[in-house]
Design a protein around this ligand. Structure first.
Ligand code: DX5
Ligand code: ZN
Length: 246
């Protein structure tokens, strides 16, 4: 109904509170993290200001080694950190995460997510990130088995289930990742953890409900946000996710 769209605050006001009274409470449960991979890289400060009603900004770091694409490194992420109206959700698609991930915690990122396939010792790295004051995230490529990570879920603050092959924005959502997401959602519930379950790749108003239904609570979206007026696109995604959040 019309009341659901009221979660988007008037321009210039603070982002929505995490918990709002009454029927709006469910709407704020979904975290929307726009991916600046779909933003205009030459006007980043302006592009960041346009997503002030989002929960976090998703920053894709690619090294042309772990993935075939190349984006940015610490100096640019540090500048984003300095001007962003929302905290940084850094997604590292880089090799040798053990060596490079701590630098992103050091520059003040709210969360630092590294790939399971790129870390020699994921638990040691997650502990280091937490010690440095960042939330520690682990990301799994579509072909990666979730099994080994279900038992060490408590070591992480976020699990990122990739719903595309990492490397490029604008790809199609992979619905066959939903069973993997459900495995994590079940393990989280069984173990009584508050680890966030994030999906990244092909999230739109048409696919976000399926991911929410499978247990995701944190949603990355590139073209679905930057392909229109970001503020209203973010509000639309919140409503679409809320309809399926349980
Ligand atoms: C892909 C990146 C994503 C990318 C996906 O490798 O990790 O964050 O921006 O978002 P969409 O599919 O919405 O462009
Ligand atoms: Zn990403």
């Amino acid at each position: 109904g019309a009341a659901l769209v009221e979660v988007a605050p008037p321009p210039g006001q603070d982002p929505p509170a995490r918990i709002l009274p009454g029927r709006l409470a469910c709407v704020t449960a979904a975290r929307i993290n726009p991916s600046i991979l779909s933003a205009d890289f030459v006007n980043l400060q302006h592009e960041l200001e346009r997503i002030a009603t989002a929960d976090y900004v998703h920053v894709d770091v690619m090294d042309n080694h772990f993935v075939p694409n190349l984006t940015m490194g610490p100096p640019i992420v540090a500048r984003i950190q300095a001007v962003s109206p929302v905290p940084l959700d850094v997604h590292l698609m880089i090799s040798d995460a053990d060596r490079w991930a701590p630098g992103y915690a050091e520059l003040g990122a709210f969360s630092v997510t590294f790939h399971a396939e790129a870390a020699a010792d994921p638990v040691a790295l997650a502990r280091k990130l937490r010690d440095m004051g960042a939330r520690a995230g682990i990301a799994l490529k579509p072909g990666t088995d979730p099994e080994p990570y279900l038992e060490i879920l408590h070591e992480f603050d976020q699990v990122l289930v990739m719903t595309v092959e990492p490397g490029f924005g604008g790809q199609s959502f992979m619905p066959d990742m939903m069973p993997k997401l459900r495995r994590f959602a079940e393990a989280k519930k069984r173990q009584g953890l508050d680890v966030w379950l994030q999906v990244d790749g092909g999230i739109t108003v048409d696919t976000i409900g399926m991911a929410a239904e499978a247990g995701a609570d944190t949603f990355v979206a590139g073209p679905a946000v930057y392909g229109g007026v970001p503020e209203s696109r973010i509000a639309d995604l919140r409503v679409a996710a809320a309809a399926h959040t349980h």
